[in-house]
Write a protein that binds this ligand. Structure first.
Ligand code: F0G
Length: 497
């Protein structure tokens, strides 16, 4: 057996397959009429592993270049010993993804119920294509190259398509993206178009797009289409690196909570796998708690896990509950709908893996409504580097969990901000000004902004006195002072916050 293989996550099947094979679900289960996900698994006793996590740190300084330098430069591949599924380093496709920041959000923390110095924001929007997807895409493209694929495709609410299109444009693979009609933020659509991906706008939502692209990849092998959605287990291998970088930025200390928005549930699944493996190889001795936050208008995991008590149950979870929910959604003609279009998903394909991660990480799931998402997005903009709506669900979720007393004000909490603020400028402009681009085209009158942090531009005539009056003499010239108890924290390493 190789050092790495693919394995069905259903404990009653657990069939194994080589890493050179292409599957998006377990073929053995498919023969029995079931659809089960696959994992990439490793024989760690045969892997060359560092004794301590800080081994990876020196690579951070690398400036890129070719060969190993290029791998060390990547925020995914500098941890390559923890995802050793490739045969040869030459196969790795990297564009310098994953060089992202963990910000100690001292001004934001008290706004959402935490002590200053306890809230950290992991800005995955700083990836080359502007979202966390690049972490997974580098790994999936590497696998695509390993198996000799030449056409790659995905269904997407926008970010996966932007990332796929960027990687395709920088490699020798043709990118094809399926997006739902009218369901995509313009920043993301513009990327797919600009990078030259063949863009199919399907009349339907994300779930319909994923069904179709899966059909093409699985049932029409003559098309030679390699599927890049997160049912592809190799993508999730790359997304484990978000966890490694969070730990690295905290001086290898494990936080109390990791909080992440949930859509197709690939990211939270990858985080669970990362911690299961880190414990297995002895690089951490503690696992943080996981909070997955969904939009109230697209909340199947919240319905199943929190409302109905669905649990992983060692892999024998109650599938009937899942089918019943989906059946009811169909019967009631309920379709996912949220301002956070990135997570507007009704049938998350990684649901079983998310249940497994929640089990391992003693997790919770919450829903937040669109108003909470927009207010917390504005707070991340006001006190941080900004993020797109879906990402702000994690911050709104922390606020809710702090109010509930589930997260204590002294807990160390990391929110993963999954996408860049500029992905969806229309939503931001609408929040601050009341101007809705689409409504403007339809000549619907403009509304006054109602957001708590709305910061509309001031119309001013081209007149010096009027401009001086508009600037105002009573406007504070400095930002609010940092609460005093955090000043002492400046002198401490992140690990001691
Ligand atoms: N945040 C952003 C900005 C996203 O784009 C997505 C997913 C998520 C959160 C949810 O992550 O699916 O791993 O639970 N976007 C996918 C896409 C579905 O097509 O771009 P998840």
């Amino acid at each position: 057996m190789d050092i790495a293989w693919q394995q069905c996550i259903d404990p009653d099947c657990a069939a194994t397959f080589g890493t050179d094979e292409i599957y998006v679900s377990c073929p053995t289960c498919t023969q029995h009429g079931k659809q089960s996900l696959l994992d990439v698994r490793y024989d760690w006793s045969r892997a060359v592993l560092p004794k301590a996590f800080c081994f990876f740190e020196h690579r951070w300084m690398t400036k890129g270049g070719h060969g190993t330098g290029q791998l060390d430069f990547s925020g995914v591949w500098r941890f390559r010993e923890l995802l050793p599924f490739y045969h040869d380093e030459q196969q790795i496709i990297t564009i310098g993804e994953g060089r992202t920041n963990l910000q100690n959000a001292r001004l934001l923390a008290p706004q959402i119920g935490l002590r200053p110095g306890r809230l950290f924001l992991q800005y995955e929007g700083l990836n080359p294509s502007g979202s966390f997807k690049d972490n997974g895409m580098t790994a999936a493209f590497t696998h695509a190259r390993m198996v000799g694929a030449n056409r790659v495709a995905c269904a997407s609410t926008g970010n996966t398509s932007a990332s796929l299109a960027m990687f395709a444009s920088l490699s020798d693979l043709l990118g094809i993206v399926f997006i739902g009609s009218g369901k995509i933020a313009y920043g993301k659509l513009s990327q797919a178009l600009d990078y030259g991906a063949r863009t199919l706008q399907i009349q339907g939502d994300f779930d319909a797009c994923l069904r179709r692209v899966r059909q093409i990849a699985v049932d029409h092998p003559q098309m030679g289409v390699y599927l890049m959605n997160s049912v592809n287990p190799f993508r999730l291998e790359g997304q484990k690196a978000i966890v490694y970088r969070i730990l690295e930025a905290l001086d290898w200390q494990v936080p109390d909570w990791i909080v992440v928005p949930g859509g197709n549930l690939g990211n939270c699944s990858a985080f669970g796998k990362a911690f299961a493996e880190l414990v297995e190889v002895g690089l951490v001795d503690r696992i943080p708690r996981l909070a997955v936050i969904q939009a109230a208008g697209a909340n199947p995991l919240y319905q199943l896990f929190t409302r109905q008590g669905l649990r992983w149950n060692d892999g024998r979870y109650d599938l009937d509950k899942v089918h019943a929910l989906y059946h009811q959604m169909d019967a009631d003609d309920v379709h996912p709908h949220t301002i956070a279009s990135a997570i507007e998903i009704g049938r998350p394909v990684n649901l079983p893996k998310a249940l497994r991660a929640l089990d391992l990480m003693d997790g919770v799931v919450r829903e937040v409504d669109d108003e909470a998402i927009l207010e917390h997005k504005a707070m991340v903009g006001r006190y941080g580097f900004g993020c797109e709506p879906a990402s702000a669900a994690s911050v709104a979720g922390v606020h809710l969990l702090a109010e509930e007393g589930v997260i204590a004000k002294d807990d160390r909490v990391v929110c993963v901000l999954t996408g860049h603020e500029l992905k969806d400028p229309d939503t931001t402009v609408k929040y601050h000004t009341g101007i809705d681009q689409q409504a403007m085209q339809a000549k619907v009158p403009r509304h006054q902004p109602t957001g708590r942090l709305a910061n509309p531009p001031h119309p001013v005539p081209d007149d010096l006195d009027a401009i001086i009056a508009a600037i105002g003499v009573d406007v504070p010239t400095t930002l609010p002072a940092i609460p005093t108890d955090t000043k002492a924290l400046d002198h401490l390493p992140a690990s001691e916050y």
